[in-house]
Design a binder for this molecule. Sequence first.
Ligand code: NAI
Ligand code: OAA
Length: 310
Amino acid sequence: MLNKKIGIVGVGNVGSSLAYSIATNSLCDEVLLKDIRDDFIQALSLDITQASINTNSKTKVKACIKNEDFNSCDIVVITAGIARKPNMSREDLLFTNAKIMNSILDDILPINPNAIFIIVSNPLDAMVYSALQKSKLSRNRVFGMAGALDSARFKYYISQKLNFDYTKIDAIVIGSHSNSMLPLIKRVKVDDKNLVDILNQKELDEILENTKNGGAKIVELLKTGSAYFAPAFNTYLMCKAILNDEKEIFSCSVKLEGEYGYKDISIGVPVILGKNGIDKILELTLDNEEKDLFEKSIQTVKSSINILNK
Ligand SMILES: NC(=O)C1=CN([C@@H]2O[C@H](COP(=O)(O)OP(=O)(O)OC[C@H]3O[C@@H](n4cnc5c(N)ncnc54)[C@H](O)[C@@H]3O)[C@@H](O)[C@H]2O)C=CC1
Ligand SMILES: O=C([O-])CC(=O)C(=O)O
């Protein structure tokens, strides 16, 4: 897909892995890197370009010299901010990352109010809400990556438990990107069979716990930060779906305006992604137990938004 440009703001672990995936897969014409570390992004633009040379990639990787370079970006991914360390929750990042997000939007929005903004910084759902409030852009152009990652982890833990090919597993996580996320276990299909008919309750509970703690487990092991390859690759897939107008289904954090019975809140639900960003929000029919868990998820996001708005 040429004549398309993606800007990445915050080129640390997630941002640089995303730039690498985009460039080595020749997803677009240009990737623009912006960070507060100028020499670092110069180095990365050289390194990632040199990595993609032998893939015959058409993607140019450039370090942003002036904010005006963002004026022609079709997509801007915001991965700037601090990552959590062991014994921290994502919510502990709230104030620092909201401040960083606001300063980035102050820089980019006047130059390019027409891009699609994909938010990655944590706590994800509150950051999406905050970016929407600040930008006043429509919700189909400001949304967040998390549900795709959580759904990949859900599939991973199901496949581990069953020792079964994960390509034959259909599973999705909705709700907040927090401990109160909602892996929809009753809907999981394994080769067209219901997972709940295959495993006992203890085994199902283990999968749920592992999925919810998927990010924290990596944080505990890494000690210096959080996961980046899987977050970056899922963001890459979202960019690809948009630039290629794939109309693919992803679980994304999006502002609800009545869907699922909620308004004025950003949270993970399945959506269709295409060239205009969010093409459609899909409304699953939740049973009473799922509705209660979704409400808990909503409350987690609301409490972060309320803290920010105080
Ligand atoms: N939504 C999700 O599923 C996931 C979210 N995350 C979040 O993504 C964020 C980034 O994570 P990592 O890449 O691992 O962190 P990192 O620390 O490796 O990179 C963050 C980068 O942001 C840059 N930065 C800080 N302030 C900036 C500003 N004002 N303008 C431009 N750049 C700025 C830093 O210099 C650094 O290069 C964190 O908030 C993390 O919690 C990480 C993984 C998954
Ligand atoms: O765990 C973290 O802090 C980073 C993240 O959101 C994830 O990997 O799911």
